[in-house]
Design a binder for this molecule. Structure first.
Ligand code: 4NP
Length: 173
């Protein structure tokens, strides 16, 4: 299935739902996915649309369960006005019931989600973040900033702001 297909199918499937339930997923749930969670929530709040959205994030790993987002990510996000207060948790099978769209940050997160998805319908809910990113064709995933410097965190936020804005408009067509 090509990239635009999965994105378009997700939008078509969810356009009619009065509540959009979206889960962002990365490895640790302390850098990329809690940032995506905060960026998406801010977009929705700014449009007075928070009653129509359920937004959460989780990690495929459990190393950081209960932790706040990485301090570096909180600092970079705060400079752009995002207050990241999520507590890390691991993805669970019930997430495939509780959310309509499950958005991995990279191909490894995607593979892990597809492995635990209980049904083909659950698998169809998994659509990579990169499918909404059009600021540059250089990025087919949201790169893990954990071992990077400040630029890595800024890049993640640039990509997420671009992708989350596109996602918001897709689901409100
Ligand atoms: P994230 O980044 O997946 O964007 O939250 C990472 C955080 C922690 C680790 C790896 C990636 N870790 O190996 O602990």
């Amino acid at each position: 299935m090509n990239k635009d297909n999965k994105r378009a199918q997700a939008a078509a499937r969810m356009a009619a739902s009065p509540i959009k339930r979206v889960l962002f997923v990365c490895l640790g749930n302390i850098c990329r996915s809690p940032a995506a969670n905060g960026v998406m929530q801010a977009i929705v709040d700014a449009r007075g649309d928070s009653a129509a959205w359920v937004i959460d994030s989780a990690g495929t790993g459990d190393y950081h369960t209960g932790d706040l987002p990485d301090r570096r990510m909180r600092i970079h996000a705060a400079r752009r006005g995002y207050d990241l207060t999520h507590r890390a948790r691991q993805v669970r099978e019930s997430d495939f019931d509780d959310f309509d769209l499950i958005i991995p940050m990279d191909a490894s997160n995607e593979r892990n989600l597809l492995r635990i998805a209980p049904t083909p319908e659950a698998q169809a809910k998994v659509v990579p973040m990169a499918q909404w990113i059009d600021m540059s064709s250089r990025y087919d995933h949201v790169p893990d900033p954990y071992y990077e410097g400040a630029e890595g965190f800024e890049l993640v936020l640039d990509l997420l702001e671009n992708g989350c804005n596109n996602l918001y408009h897709d689901l409100n067509k």
